[in-house]
Design a protein around this ligand. Structure first.
Ligand SMILES: NC(=O)C1=CN([C@@H]2O[C@H](COP(=O)(O)OP(=O)(O)OC[C@H]3O[C@@H](n4cnc5c(N)ncnc54)[C@H](O)[C@@H]3O)[C@@H](O)[C@H]2O)C=CC1
Ligand SMILES: O=C(O)[C@H]1O[C@H](OP(=O)(O)OP(=O)(O)OC[C@H]2O[C@@H](n3ccc(=O)[nH]c3=O)[C@H](O)[C@@H]2O)[C@H](O)[C@@H](O)[C@@H]1O
Length: 467
């Protein structure tokens, strides 16, 4: 007989915990879902009209079930005690110091969440690893849980990595390509897998719910992100060849993607991938490979991240060279600061690297993004530990309320994020107000270069040569 889950607790109300568990509550009205976080501000925002993250469709899902079977709270102890199943959806950033610094995942939050569960649980629980973690983390969690809890209760640990992408999270959660549930291949482990599978089966076709052993599940998450990021670095490497030869990267991507073995998705050349996970998870895989004494494998995956850095630097060099080898005191309008469209998230955004390089070259940078707050932009561009960093920064960086304001009297526009509204701008109006010659650098391949050139702009697009 499988365990019927009645109450769920989620530790971590971030980009994953919030949307994922909100969708579970939405699709399973018979289950009570409580999402908890250490951050009082974050929980207060989840309980307000303005949710802490921007995600299309999220408001509708949250507002439909908040206060009915979906609750946001800081009272972790109570939520853990009451729950039959607990998602651990806390952050797992790259370690900044100590062993494996710069590569390994920092598992301190996962460990403290696990200890918290062990300390307060008064009955048996299914504990689900939702965070992205190195292979075999579930084993450490089990050791901690078993060593710190009462003898009469048992913990079944599952790995259920999340594959949603920001900006499309709700759609990805409602219609996932697959749901992956790893468990120990014991009768108890399989029963726990079944209990979680039954929750997803409320809205996901059963042939899309995959069960595997724990370690395959943990590794598949790192592998999926590495394979996705590898496609972007591959197409970006080809974009450099295009710029040098006269081939067009969009045409090359289309021609290659029409081969059904290659496929058309995730072949859009860009200024480089960002986001909180690709770089972190690949570095995690690199570290794992090194730990397993597989240096060639580590070097292979590391190249995906190195190429991404190269792509950003290459774009900056092209901008500087084109602007007559200097951007000192030139006005650069940066359109877009988020790491992709339809999110306000800036973690590892390529725009951060670009802007820091422009500031380093003493340019005047004016930034516009429809969803990122001014404070977040200044935070991302500040140098940690440098006194008065923001004051110095404000001499070089201003934030604009629109793309028009940002490009007023600018020498160049740089498209850093592919927001749809940038395609619809009145470029005639923008051109009139810019310094001449007026340059546009399209880091996202979203603009109609020919049309812009007919207005008078000098357009430089990633993956296209300027002849
Ligand atoms: N952001 C994304 O699109 C995706 C992220 N992931 C993975 O999911 C995990 C979470 O990522 P995000 O949601 O983006 O991180 P996040 O940083 O937005 O959220 C994590 C939250 O956990 C909270 N937290 C930490 N320790 C806690 C504890 N003991 N109890 C309660 N709350 C605690 C933090 O205060 C924070 O609000 C990471 O491992 C990430 O790699 C996986 C798929 C997609
Ligand atoms: O583990 C995670 O965090 C998630 O990481 C990515 O999702 P996310 O980072 O939110 O967004 P993506 O759509 O993958 O975009 C990542 C970066 O790659 C860039 N990108 C994406 C696709 C493309 O063709 N070209 C390209 O440059 C985007 O602009 C963005 O900067 C994966 O797509 C998710 O499946 C995964 O769950």
């Amino acid at each position: 007989m499988t365990t019927r889950v009645k109450k769920i607790c989620c530790l971590g109300a971030g980009y994953v915990g919030g949307p994922t568990c909100a969708v579970i509550a939405y699709k399973c009205p018979h289950i009570q879902v409580t999402i908890v976080d250490l951050s009082e501000t974050r929980i207060a925002a989840w309980n307000s009209d303005k949710l802490p993250i921007y995600e299309p469709g999220l408001d509708e899902v949250v507002f439909a079930c908040r206060g009915k079977n979906l609750f946001f709270s800081t009272e972790a102890e109570r939520a853990v005690i009451e729950a039959d199943l607990i998602f651990v959806s806390v952050n797992t950033p790259t370690k900044k110091a100590g062993m494996g610094a710069g590569y390994a995942a920092d598992l301190a939050y996962v460990e403290s969440a696990t200890r918290q569960i062990a300390e307060v649980a008064k009955s048996s629980k299914i504990v689900v690893e939702k965070s992205t973690v190195p292979c075999r983390t579930a084993e450490s969690m089990r050791t901690i849980l078993e060593a710190n809890s009462r003898d009469d209760i048992r913990f079944d640990i599952l790995s259920n990595p999340e594959f949603l992408a920001e900006g499309t999270a709700i759609n990805d959660l409602l219609h996932p390509d697959r749901v992956l549930i790893g468990g120990l291949q014991t009768p108890e482990g399989q029963r726990a897998q079944q209990a979680l599978a039954e929750i997803y089966a409320q809205w996901v076709p059963t042939d899309r719910i995959i069960t595997t052993n724990l370690w395959s599940s943990e590794l598949s998450k790192l592998a999926a992100n590495a394979l996705l990021a590898q496609r972007i670095s591959s197409i970006n490497a080809l974009s450099a060849i295009c710029e040098a030869t006269g081939a067009d990267i969009d045409e090359v991507a289309y021609a290659c993607g029409r081969d059904s073995r290659i496929g058309p998705k995730f072949l859009k050349a860009s200024v480089g991938f960002g986001g909180s996970c690709f770089q972190k998870d690949i570095l995690n895989l690199v570290y794992l490979s090194e730990q397993l004494n597989l240096p060639e494998v580590a070097a292979y995956w590391k190249q995906v991240v190195d190429l991404n850095e190269y792509q950003k630097k290459r774009f900056v060099s092209r901008i500087i060279k084109t602007l007559f080898n200097t951007i000192t005191n030139k006005r650069i309008a940066v359109l877009g600061f988020a790491f992709k469209k339809d999110t306000g998230d800036t973690r590892e955004s390529a725009a951060i690297t670009l802007c820091k390089d422009f500031i380093q070259e003493n340019a005047q940078v004016r930034i516009y993004d429809p969803k990122v707050s001014d404070e977040q932009i200044f935070f991302d561009l500040s140098e940690p530990g440098v006194v008065n960093s923001t004051i110095a920064l404000k001499k070089r960086v201003t934030i604009a309320g629109s793309a028009y304001e940002a490009s007023d009297k600018a020498d160049a526009i740089v498209i850093a994020t592919e927001w749809d509204e940038f395609k619809e701008l009145n470029f005639e109006k923008i051109y009139e107000k810019m310094n001449k010659p007026a340059f546009i650098f399209d880091g996202r391949l979203i603009l109609d270069a020919e049309r812009l050139e007919s207005i008078g702009f000098r357009v430089h697009t990633i993956g296209r040569a300027n002849v």
